[in-house]
Design a protein around this ligand. Sequence first.
Ligand code: FAD
Ligand code: FES
Length: 274
Amino acid sequence: MKQEALFLPTIVSIKEIRQEIPLVATFRLPKPDGFTHKPGQFLEVSLFGKGEVPISISSPPSYEDILLTIRNSGYVTSFIHKLKEGDKIGIRGPYGNSFPYEEYKGYDVLFVGGGIGLAPLRSLLWEMLYHRDDFGRIILLYGARTPADLLYPWQYEEYERKGVELLLTVDRGDEKWTGNVGVVTTLFDKIKIEPERTVAYVCGPGIMIRFALRDLVEKLGIPAHNCIATLERHMKCGVGKCGHCVIGEKYVCIDGPVFRYPEIKMMERFDDPW
Ligand SMILES: Cc1cc2nc3c(=O)[nH]c(=O)nc-3n(C[C@H](O)[C@H](O)[C@H](O)COP(=O)(O)OP(=O)(O)OC[C@H]3O[C@@H](n4cnc5c(N)ncnc54)[C@H](O)[C@@H]3O)c2cc1C
Ligand code: FES
């Protein structure tokens, strides 16, 4: 999107709001003129007088609108959740690097998501589904706290129709739940992959990322370079100016938020969002 000034947001009207699960809603926004993005990038989303928050774009680049799936998790997001269709919101970006995926054409793809971490993965998943023949198997391992916390359940059938092997898990089941119970890494025992021809993309709570990356390499045997995660870090500017997001020598906003495992391993306390 054409930027008049670095920190000046473009104001758009919200086209649609879908309440996904309690506290999490997806906001559909029009694309400003010339807007393009890559899966894994984020926007700085703002409300006048309230503040700005980084939010991943959960729609794929080929999609006509911008979709942002936002959890009501604090000050700014609580005001975003009060907005209605037609209300105005500011966006600037897209920022950050993106998931490498062109180089993985022909590979099998393993997505590992936890909680709202499915939102950024969804952008890449759908981009791959739009170009389904470019990739081998697509496996999605996804976990949430309870069945009611599983994001986008209305899309699961469509994923499966498009050839995604979907395995779900919850930390705590309910009387209707007959699936797996346990953290998402417990699903690793249930899949057979060819590690040398598999790329893995991970997003979720920091602690989940830590254990998932370790097990992808040590248990499943995927080369560390092909294990890729997107990190969350508290940000202010989003453009490498304020230093808020720095971990060691890396600026999560411009060097990331997407990193390969060998880089992440070098970062101390990458799973602490502060
Ligand atoms: C690259 C990137 C992509 C992201 N993508 C998404 C996305 O797609 N969807 C999404 O919902 N979120 C996403 N996030 C997270 C989102 O940016 C944060 O949830 C948001 O910034 C919270 O802002 P807030 O003002 O609403 O909450 P805040 O008021 O800042 O609070 C956020 C959380 O931090 C806690 N907290 C606040 N202050 C402190 C403190 N001093 N010490 C300890 N804990 C504190 C609060 O209790 C709360 O749990 C992303 C973050 C990054 C960096
Ligand atoms: S958020 Fe300001 S430098 Fe990264």
